[in-house]
Design a binder for this molecule. Structure first.
Ligand SMILES: [Zn+2]
Ligand SMILES: [Zn+2]
Length: 373
């Protein structure tokens, strides 16, 4: 029996992934199963596993009906994949997670989602964002792959899923650390200025927020590359050697909290309206995911105005260092002399310079920046 090399994913296989190969049924079944089990535990323990700010507004009867449909569907798709595919990992995950969801659902009936606790893990955020991103980006990466040879469940896919999950689960805690200091400092700016900015139309506030945040983000990001102490944390993001919709999730919590605190500070102090800031948060989450995708769209018409995948892929190239720091507005890099975008090319490879591999696995990556140099 041929063993997969150490460190590769249990999903790596030379089997085809076309329609009828059991790959599609296994993948959809696995995503549905993971989402169903996450939803079932959220329904059983909403007071601990959902964000207090969101839980009161959940349509529980609708969610229960969706679970009634998703659990058997994940089972059937898992069985289909097991039958069609030699490698059983995807089918086993679909059936295992569907069984887990059915068990939790049977033994722990849904509680009222409006639990009274004030602290909760964001399992709901994890399930929701995983389903939405998988539904949008998995098909796009399958239809228009930049690197067709790169499997969806590439090596280190699980490491990046762990980063994705941890940032969703700890959302309440990190949001508090990010928002509290900025909101306290916001009272130091003149109330008249804040009121004037908050009363501007949203179509003016939104691009202003994009510009202000990217100006701050550009310099914080550049400092993360220059200052050795900050680079220890930011290097984790750059240790990814494959780009796809999940790769951008590999962001050390210290890196994420530091950058977001500093980016949010001027937004709070200038007094932008909560609706405009909320729209920006949705935009930044979607764009940060999009720019890492394994998607060959060049989007030449958009390239001068908005950061697109090719621009950010060059930021991750192992051959060029310290270019393309902007996350929204690419001409900031032109202004500050760090712009790098060859006419049509994409980088050959990604990762840290000099072939350094960096720590492997979620826990090692989480702890490595605190260790000895
Ligand atoms: Zn960087
Ligand atoms: Zn990145």
């Amino acid at each position: 029996m041929v063993r997969a090399p150490a460190g590769t994913s249990p999903f790596v296989t030379d089997e085809p992934q076309h329609f009828g190969s059991g790959w599609l049924s296994g993948t959809i079944g696995a995503v549905l199963g993971i989402a169903a089990s996450g939803t079932a535990v959220c329904l059983a323990l909403p007071q601990h596993l959902t964000l207090p700010a969101l839980r009161a507004s959940y349509p529980v009867p609708f969610v229960v009906s969706a679970l009634h449909a998703a659990i058997p569907l994940a089972f059937v798709l898992g069985l289909l994949s097991l039958w069609l595919r030699r490698k059983k990992t995807l089918g086993a995950i679909a059936i295992g997670t569907a069984a887990l969801a059915a068990t939790v659902f049977a033994v722990a009936p849904p509680l009222d989602a409006a639990g009274s606790t004030t602290v909760g893990l964001g399992v709901d955020v994890f399930v929701f964002t995983l389903v939405v991103y998988a539904a949008v980006f998995l098909p796009l990466e399958r239809l228009w792959p930049l690197r067709a040879e790169q499997p969806t469940f590439r090596p280190e896919w699980w490491t990046d899923l762990a980063w994705f999950a941890s940032s969703a689960l700890l959302m309440q805690a990190t949001s508090f650390v990010i928002l509290a200091p900025a909101n306290a400092l916001a009272t130091t700016t003149p109330a008249g200025l804040r009121a004037a900015i908050a009363s501007l139309p949203l179509v003016v506030q939104f691009p202003a927020i994009v510009l202000v945040s990217d100006l701050v983000q550009y310099h914080v990001h550049r400092a993360c590359h220059r200052v050795p102490l900050l680079w220890r944390f930011h290097a984790i993001h750059h240790s990814a050697t494959s780009m796809d919709w999940l790769a951008g999730s590999r962001l050390h919590v210290v890196d994420a909290v530091l950058t977001r605190s500093l980016v949010y500070l001027p937004l709070a102090m200038l007094g932008f309206a909560p609706a405009a800031i909320a729209a920006y948060l949705v935009f930044v989450a979607a764009q940060a995911t999009f720019v890492h995708t394994n998607l060959r769209w060049r989007l030449a018409w958009l390239e001068p105005w908005l950061v697109v995948p090719r621009f950010h892929h060059w930021h991750h190239a192992d051959s060029v260092r310290d270019v393309n720091f902007a996350v929204h507005v690419p001409w900031l890099d032109r202004v500050f002399g760090t712009f790098h975008l060859p006419a049509k090319d994409w980088p050959d490879a990604y990762g840290l310079a000099d072939g350094a591999t960096g720590p492997r696995g979620f826990l090692r990556q989480l702890l490595a920046p605190f260790g000895r140099r």
